[in-house]
Design a protein around this ligand. Structure first.
Ligand code: AMP
Ligand code: ZN
Length: 142
C-alpha cells in the first residue's frame, strides 16, 4: 500500500530521484539526502506505515532483516568503526517523514557525536528495581 502524498512511497516507486543501496521484496535502503555522516542510509518498508506499531509483521521483519544485511556492508564500505541505528518514532521523537524509516549512521570513535544517550542532557541517576517494577506493571497492564 502506498500513500500518494508520501515522499518515501514515491522513492519506493522511483517517482522521485534517490540513490538506492539495496532493495528486496519488503524493504528498500537508500542514501539520506541530508546525511549526518557519509553513507547515512535509511531503511524503509515498501508499504506505507507511519510508525513501527503500524507495520505488519511481514513488513517489520523485512525492514529489520534489511537493516541486518546493510549494516555490515555499509560499515565496510565507509570504513566505519560502528553504526548508530535509530528510529524517530512519532513527531514527538523527531519523526518528520511519516513513513517508518531506520537511520543507519556510520560512526567513528573520533567523530565527536557520542552515544544516543548524549541527546538526553545530564544523565539521570540509576533508579531502584522497585521503581523499574512500577513501570513494568503499567506496561503489562495494557
Ligand atoms: P526523520 O527526522 O527521522 O523523519 O528523518 C527524515 C530523514 O529523511 C532526514 O534525515 C532527511 O534528510 C531524509 N529525507 C527527506 N527527504 C528525503 C529524500 N527525498 N531523499 C532522501 N532522504 C530524505
Ligand atoms: Zn509512505
Amino acid at each position: 500500500m502506498r500513500d500518494p502524498n508520501c515522499i518515501f512511497c514515491k522513492i519506493v516507486e522511483d517517482k522521485v530521484p534517490s540513490v538506492k543501496v539495496y532493495e528486496d521484496e519488503h524493504a528498500v535502503a537508500f542514501l539520506d539526502i541530508a546525511p549526518l555522516a557519509n553513507g547515512h542510509t535509511l531503511v524503509i518498508p515498501r508499504n506505507h506505515a507511519h510508525k513501527i506499531e503500524d507495520l505488519s509483521e511481514t513488513d517489520n521483519r523485512g525492514v529489520w532483516e534489511l537493516v541486518r544485511i546493510v549494516v555490515p556492508r555499509l560499515t565496510e564500505a565507509m570504513a566505519a568503526e560502528g553504526m548508530t541505528v535509530a528510529v524517530n518514532n512519532g513527531e514527538a521523537a523527531g519523526q518528520e517523514v511519516h513513513h517508518v524509516h531506520v537511520h543507519l549512521i556510520p560512526r567513528r570513535r573520533d567523530d565527536g557525536y557520542g552515544p544516543i544517550h548524549s541527546l538526553f542532557k545530564g544523565r539521570r541517576p540509576e533508579v531502584t528495581i522497585p521503581e523499574l517494577e512500577a513501570i513494568v506493571h503499567r506496561i503489562r497492564a495494557i
